[in-house]
Design a binder for this molecule. Structure first.
Ligand SMILES: CC(C)(COP(=O)(O)OP(=O)(O)OC[C@H]1O[C@@H](n2cnc3c(N)ncnc32)[C@H](O)[C@@H]1OP(=O)(O)O)[C@@H](O)C(=O)NCCC(=O)NCCS
Length: 158
């Protein structure tokens, strides 16, 4: 069973050590860089919600959700909505169903509106990231026609 757990002193090193495959590196920042971004957002009034993804007791991935981010080159949908800014499953754990189950947990969590009310969840992705695009579409995400930093924006009504 896949669960989302907070970053702790015990799990952080293993989470930082997780990597995607080399040809996927352009799709997602390293977990170390993402956690640094969480800090910068948090001290500038943002609401980063980072989690370690577990499959039973095994650490398999990382997700960073943000609410209503401001201050970047952002799509209009960003205001007062949730964004799955980073999602990764370690290369050795991919294609086993963990990404799909993690996305179920992530959306369940977002639908509790932990950082504030919202109508939408949005994700930006590289247009040729077909595995991610197909995964998101299977949950009902649809491109809204916006492009941010050369990436299409896909949106789900919460
Ligand atoms: C996208 C990602 C999180 C999916 O995680 P995952 O654990 O591999 O996904 P799952 O095993 O749950 O599979 C989800 C679907 O993708 C398909 N899939 C997964 N890896 C695949 C691959 N290498 N090639 C083709 N299809 C693949 C699965 O068959 C499954 O399809 P189905 O549900 O229709 O049968 C993972 O591939 C990843 O970390 N990629 C690199 C980082 C990234 O692109 N993040 C998203 C940024 S927007």
């Amino acid at each position: 069973m896949v669960t989302l757990r907070k970053i702790t002193l015990e799990n952080r090193r293993e989470m930082f050590g997780l990597e995607v495959a080399e040809d996927q590196r352009r799709f997602v920042a390293s977990n170390l860089s993402s956690v640094a971004s969480c800090y910068v957002l948090a001290v500038n009034g943002g609401s980063p919600l980072p989690f370690v993804i577990y499959a039973d007791e095994q650490i398999v991935g990382f997700v960073m959700i943000v609410y209503g981010i401001t201050g970047y080159e952002l799509p209009r949908i960003a205001e007062k909505n949730y964004c799955i800014l980073r999602l990764m499953i370690g290369a050795q754990y991919q294609n086993k169903g963990y990404g799909r189950e993690a996305l179920e947990r992530i959306l369940e969590y977002i639908r509790t509106f932990p950082a504030g009310p919202a109508q939408y969840c949005w994700i930006s992705y590289e247009a040729d990231n077909l595995v991610a695009k197909k995964l998101y579409e299977s949950f009902g995400f649809r491109d809204n026609g916006e492009i941010a930093e050369n990436e299409p924006i896909t949106v789900l009504k919460l």
